[in-house]
Ligand binder design. Structure first.
Ligand SMILES: [Zn+2]
Length: 220
């Protein structure tokens, strides 16, 4: 059996039964950057809207370097959050630039979005990275899920989710993740599989296939 894919977590695997795409939040010190690149495990890297420096230039240069590394499977989490105190125009600028970088490198984008869907869609329409975009930690209602799915987004569900939205997401657009939780992703596969009327193993195989599909454009 393949280990369960944990699409987005801020830690290493807690059990041999899961494979984690560890999320690395920039900016990092030089030592931290070296450690992430040399660890040999798959990771995603991005500048989170909560942690934006006053100028994103250095962090974007760092992201450009890290995105060249073969273990970097996605840019993000990046996005917009209207519930944090960071300047919204800075958030929009950093998000747009990260989308541009994802497009240049052919990498998928992991998106964090809180109460800023309209602005997010407007920026995406302007930048169009041309790579897969995954809304992570999706908790929205079915109407929002359907709207995003129609526009081509993938949805990654964490420990808190709307059951109906999880049920309606097509298998080829779905991921599961634990984000900041310490627990293994395995229990979530069981819950999600029960809701969707399939086995956890087949759901995992589908998520692994989805990861393969969205990774096909990478230019390293
Ligand atoms: Zn996260």
């Amino acid at each position: 059996m393949f280990p369960y894919l944990n699409f987005h977590a801020h830690r290493e695997a807690v059990s041999p039964r899961e494979t984690v795409i560890r999320n690395v939040l920039l900016p990092l010190s030089t030592e931290e950057e070296d450690a992430a690149v040399n660890a040999g495990n798959p990771f995603s890297a991005g500048i989170h809207p909560w942690h934006l420096p006053a100028s994103s230039d250095d962090a974007l240069r760092q992201l450009g370097r890290m995105a060249l590394c073969s273990q970097c499977v996605a840019i993000g989490e990046a996005g917009l959050d209207k519930c944090c105190t960071v300047s919204f125009s800075l958030q929009c600028d950093a998000f747009a630039r990260q989308l541009g970088l994802a497009g240049e490198r052919g990498l998928p984008v992991i998106i964090h979005c809180v109460k800023a869907w309209e602005e997010l869609l407007a920026i995406m329409k302007r930048i169009r990275p041309g790579t897969a975009c995954v809304i992570h930690g999706f908790r929205g209602k079915p109407q929002l899920a359907e709207n995003l799915l129609t526009r081509g987004f993938y949805l990654s569900f964490g420990l808190r989710f709307n059951s109906e939205s999880l049920r309606l997401c097509p298998p080829e657009r779905l991921f599961l993740e634990t984000d900041e939780a310490r627990c293994s992703v395995e229990a979530l596969y069981h819950t999600a599989a029960d809701l969707r009327g399939c086995s956890p193993e087949s759901l995992n195989m589908q998520c692994l296939q989805n990861l393969y599909d969205i990774s096909q454009n990478a230019k390293k």
